[in-house]
Each structure stands twice: as structure tokens, then as C-alpha cells.
Design a protein around this ligand. Structure first.
Ligand SMILES: C[S@@+](CC[C@H](N)C(=O)[O-])C[C@H]1O[C@@H](n2cnc3c(N)ncnc32)[C@H](O)[C@@H]1O
Length: 303
């Protein structure tokens, strides 16, 4: 296991873990609550033994009653399906380099049976990764892969260099997961991030993420505004189209269909709801245009 120790945040994280996290990083605790809730059900779609551990270490009490409002019910059901769906997609990806963009408290490195030789890169802001690694170390958690932790800001254009310097090989196919991330970015930031992923993803690579939504009409429900007020929408409902014109072949899996496949029923959609998840396969890499046509690298070619 290679751990790049986050600097300068460790003391705050020990003193008051939740307060040391930025509002957007606290959303990782909300996802952990969903995973702890599902793990405690009689027939869970997955088990994440670390989710409850993170919640306890955060000092924020867990509401064991489950979601109450219509939007909360929908978001929790979506979070559960999303975790199971991406678990399956990652296990089927058939590559040995996996990048978890905004890994948060995702414990897949520790709970999935990765093939021998798999390297999992976890990228997120420093305080949440410091919290995560402290809690995992206290519980003696051991990853089932080579785990490489990179504390960084995914809006900083230097992050691809950090990933390469940590051993990521852009010449070979990779799998990318952007779970619960793009909605917290604005459209330019989301396009910049996905553009950078495209440059690092060799043909045959896989990218998994949510189909975006128009967040402008999101109802402001009690208990959810700490989450929903942070939503910027990313590329919104145009996410799949953006990928398709930037060198990706995109497949869509609808929430209702996925739920039915697992014998579950989705609570009704409330306002602008995420319709499902995208699986994009890299078919082209951007190539620099000749000098005479300018220097932007927006064109793509196959293979
Ligand atoms: C809803 S959580 C999802 C976490 C994780 N993907 C999961 O599903 O468990 C959103 C995550 O995005 C991270 N994040 C948001 N903006 C980021 C940025 N600019 N750079 C790196 N991470 C960011 C937060 O720190 C947080 O961990």
C-alpha cells in the first residue's frame, strides 16, 4: 500500500473530524450514512463494514430511522443502487488501474475482491482523506489491492501530473469512477475535469458516472439543504451528450430498470431527479491540432 500522507490537517481531524471538513467533503459522510443504513438491512445490496465506522468516528449521530421526506427517500435509494451498480461495473472493468475521482469515504479498495495486481488511486481533498486514513488505520483495515492515496483538488489543473507521478500509466486502459462528484462542480469545472480524464484514458478505458440533472428546481427540504445547496449541476442532463462528442461511447442504465433488476422499487422522482448512470468507453484520444489551426486540443481520433 502506498499512502501519500495528507499534510497539515491531521491535528484538526483528530480534534474535531466533522468541523475540519469543508461542506462539500461532509457530503462524503452523508454517503457513508446511506451505506451504513443499507449494510444494516436484512438483505442488503452490498455490505460496507467501514461506513458505520466512519460515521461513529465523525461524531455526527446516525439517524437509524431511515429517510423520511420524498426527496430523501429518493436520494437514499439512488445512493444504494449506485453503490451496488458501480461495484459490479468496477469488478467487470477488466483493467488493473482504477481511479476513484473524489473517493471520499468510498471503501471499495478494502471491501471488493480486486484481481491480483490492481492499483486503485483515490483522489480527493486532503482533510477527508486524512480523516479516512486515520479511521482505517485505527481499525487495522488492509486494502485488497495496491492503494494509492492522492490528496488534491480536482479543479486544480495540475492533478493529472500528480496522478502520473504516482505511477498511473496513461498508455494503458484504466477505469474511472466519478461517483457523486460532478453535481458539486459547475459546468466549466465538470468539462475541465472530464477533458483531463479523456487525455489520461487510453482507448478501451471505462468511465462511470451519473447522468446529470437540472438542479435549478431542486426542492429545499429540511435536513437536506446542507447537501442540495451545494449542488452546481455539473454538465446537467447534457452529460452523456458531452461525453459522446469528446471521444466516449456512452451507455445509459436507468434507475427504475436497475432497481427492478435487484428486486427493489424506486421511490417516486421528486423534482429534477437523476435518471440513471452512465458507462462510457473511451474510443478516441484528443490529438493536438496542427499549429495553423490553433493549439486547442478539442479534436479526437479513433484508436
Ligand atoms: C458525495 S461525496 C462522494 C464521495 C465518494 N465518491 C462516494 O461515493 O463515497 C463528494 C466528494 O467529492 C469531493 N470533492 C468535491 N469537490 C472536490 C474537488 N474539487 N476536488 C476533490 N474532491 C472533491 C468531496 O470532498 C467529497 O468527498
Amino acid at each position: 500500500m502506498t499512502n501519500h500522507e495528507p499534510e497539515g490537517v491531521a491535528a484538526d481531524i483528530v480534534a474535531d473530524p466533522a468541523a475540519a471538513l469543508s461542506p462539500v467533503s461532509r457530503t462524503a459522510l452523508a454517503v457513508a450514512r446511506v451505506r451504513a443504513f443499507e449494510t444494516a438491512q436484512p438483505e442488503p445490496l452490498f455490505t460496507d463494514p467501514y461506513a458505520q465506522v466512519f460515521i461513529e468516528a465523525s461524531g455526527i449521530p446516525m439517524d437509524v430511522a431511515g429517510p423520511a421526506s420524498p426527496l430523501a427517500k429518493r436520494l437514499v435509494a439512488q445512493g444504494i443502487l449506485r453503490t451496488r451498480h458501480y461495484d459490479e461495473q468496477l469488478m467487470a472493468a477488466g483493467v488493473d488501474q482504477v481511479v476513484l475521482l473524489a473517493a471520499g469515504l468510498d471503501a471499495r479498495a478494502f471491501r471488493l475482491p480486486w484481481p491480483e495486481g490492481t492499483r486503485v488511486f483515490e483522489l480527493d481533498l486532503p482533510p477527508i482523506l486524512a480523516f479516512k486514513d486515520r479511521v482505517l488505520a485505527e481499525h487495522g483495515a488492509r486494502p485488497h489491492c495496491e492503494r494509492i492515496v492522492l490528496p488534491l483538488d480536482l479543479v486544480d489543473p495540475d492533478w493529472p501530473n500528480r496522478l502520473r507521478a504516482a505511477g498511473f500509466d496513461a498508455a494503458r486502459p484504466s477505469a474511472w469512477l466519478a461517483e457523486g462528484l460532478l453535481v458539486y462542480l459547475d459546468a466549466d469545472q465538470a468539462a475541465g475535469l472530464l477533458g483531463a480524464v479523456g487525455e489520461l484514458a487510453a482507448p478501451g478505458s471505462i468511465l462511470m458516472l451519473e447522468q446529470g440533472r437540472d438542479v435549478s428546481g431542486t426542492p429545499r427540504e429540511d435536513g437536506l439543504t446542507a447537501l442540495t445547496d451545494l449542488w452546481r449541476g455539473g454538465l446537467g442532463p447534457g452529460t452523456a451528450d458531452w461525453l459522446a462528442v469528446h471521444g466516449w461511447q456512452v451507455e445509459f442504465a436507468g434507475l427504475e430498470d436497475l432497481a427492478a433488476g435487484y428486486g427493489r422499487e424506486m421511490p417516486p422522482a421528486v423534482g429534477p431527479s437523476t435518471a440513471g448512470f452512465l458507462r462510457a468507453r473511451r474510443i478516441a484520444r484528443p490529438v493536438p491540432r496542427p499549429e495553423s489551426q490553433g493549439n486547442d486540443s478539442s479534436s479526437v481520433r479513433s484508436g
